[in-house]
Design a protein around this ligand. Structure first.
Ligand SMILES: NC(=O)c1ccc[n+]([C@@H]2O[C@H](COP(=O)([O-])OP(=O)(O)OC[C@H]3O[C@@H](n4cnc5c(N)ncnc54)[C@H](O)[C@@H]3O)[C@@H](O)[C@H]2O)c1
Length: 372
């Protein structure tokens, strides 16, 4: 008997697929909804290969209320939602803002409406460290605690802040409405998980990030430079006030990030806290040059890069203070960025076409041998 059943929106995407895996490995059943805009259905097969369990999958758009409603109706066992589905390219969000507000904010409202209709009352939401914007504008906010004032510097970040507010208002309203009706008032709960820089792949080498277009994040781009698909990495600015002039980020292995979702969901179910925000990061900041060095070491040669102008909206330092999640959720990162580089390279080197190719047979054999 499952511990619970979780609807995972965006569950074939990068973080969603790893969180689905973590849920299945920890006794939950999972129903995925994804429109495959930036992912592949093959992720479901890989999840099954690793966990021995297959999540239910529905190809549907979260902005389509009738389709989403039908998924909830088909799975009355769903008791919680982990919500990843979104558009996430910072640069693009400034070019087509209405599309970002429609999908990210509109889609979240549709989801919350369906949850209310089907009496599903726990939501874990993929927020982002981008909600803080340039935390160096406020003294004493690096590493960034949750109490750091919100101040996103781009449209994507503003959609995340809006969704955080929509979830907060909805949870509080539902709690008040229940109280006024003389019913238990702690049913509705929300976790706002502000992630720092997710990276890495599954150590088996058969599951990783496989975006449909050009990746925007540093490590996947470095992977493409290492395989020769791109000739060099563009470094956006080396005149920041860091030790080597490049921007500082907090890299978190996707396996640690996935277990953070599990910890947050369990916390909501056990403690019924209402809405709470937690940073999910390692607390360790690394510059772009340090990351190039770390990944080059794993690949075994220096990877070419070129320094270009700063990118608009980029900030100097996004390093998490993860103390609250460490204490309240009993969660801490276990893997290092060196682990992430190792795992990413194993994935990229052996699966240059991502999910559009079969993984090496020896990797599947190793997985089976591990299970036997
Ligand atoms: N990767 C990061 O660096 C990062 C950092 C902070 C927050 N986040 C957030 O985490 C979440 C997951 O990010 P990811 O890196 O796994 O991205 P991803 O693109 O791999 O995953 C998002 C998934 O949502 C799906 N999707 C998009 N629009 C949809 C729609 N209208 N209906 C149904 N499905 C839809 C995509 O097909 C994809 O599978 C996003 O909300 C993102 O904003 C990501």
């Amino acid at each position: 008997m499952a511990v619970g059943t979780v609807l995972v929106t965006g569950g074939t995407g990068y973080i969603g697929s790893f969180t689905t895996l973590a849920l299945l490995e920890n006794g939950y059943d999972v129903v995925i909804v994804d429109n495959l805009y930036n992912s592949s259905k093959v992720a479901v097969d890989r999840i099954e290969l690793i966990s021995g369990k297959r999540p239910a999958f529905h190809e549907a758009d979260i902005t389509d209320e009738a389709a989403l409603d039908a998924v909830f109706a088909a799975h009355p066992e769903i008791d919680s939602v982990i919500h990843f589905a979104a558009l996430k390219a910072v640069g693009e969000s400034g070019e087509i803002p209405l599309e970002y507000y429609r999908v990210n904010v509109g889609g979240s409202i549709t989801l919350l409406r369906c949850m209310a209709k089907h009496n599903v009352t726990n939501i874990v939401f993929s927020s982002s460290a981008t909600v803080y914007g340039d935390a160096t504008r406020v003294p004493g906010m690096i590493p960034i605690p949750e109490r750091c004032p919100i101040g996103p510097t781009n449209t994507y970040g503003r959609t995340k802040v809006m969704i955080e507010n929509v979830i907060t208002d909805q949870v509080e309203a539902q709690r008040n409405n229940s109280k006024n009706a003389g019913k238990p008032s702690d049913e509705w709960n929300g976790a706002l998980l502000r992630y720092f820089n997710p990276c890495g792949a599954h150590p088996s080498g058969i599951m990783g990030e496989d975006p449909q277009g050009i990746p925007f994040n540093l490590l996947p781009l470095l992977g493409k430079v290492a395989t020769g698909e791109r000739d060099k990495l563009l470094v956006f600015g080396d005149d920041y006030a860091s030790k080597d002039g490049t921007a500082i980020r907090d890299y978190i292995h996707v396996l640690d990030l996935a277990s953070g979702h599990l910890a947050a969901l369990n916390y909501l179910r056990e403690h019924k806290p209402g809405v709470k925000a937690w940073n999910l990061g390692s607390g360790r900041g690394s510059t772009v040059f340090e990351m190039i060095k770390a990944f080059s070491k794993v690949v075994g040669r220096d990877l070419p890069y070129q320094v270009v102008e700063r990118r608009q909206g980029d900030v100097l330092d996004l390093t998490a203070d993860p103390t609250l999640a460490n204490k309240e959720l009993g969660w801490k990162t276990k893997l290092t960025l060196e682990d992430a580089c190792d795992d990413l390279w194993r994935w990229v080197e052996n699966n240059p076409k991502g999910y559009r190719q079969d993984p090496p047979a020896s990797f599947i054999e190793a997985l089976k041998a591990n299970k036997a």
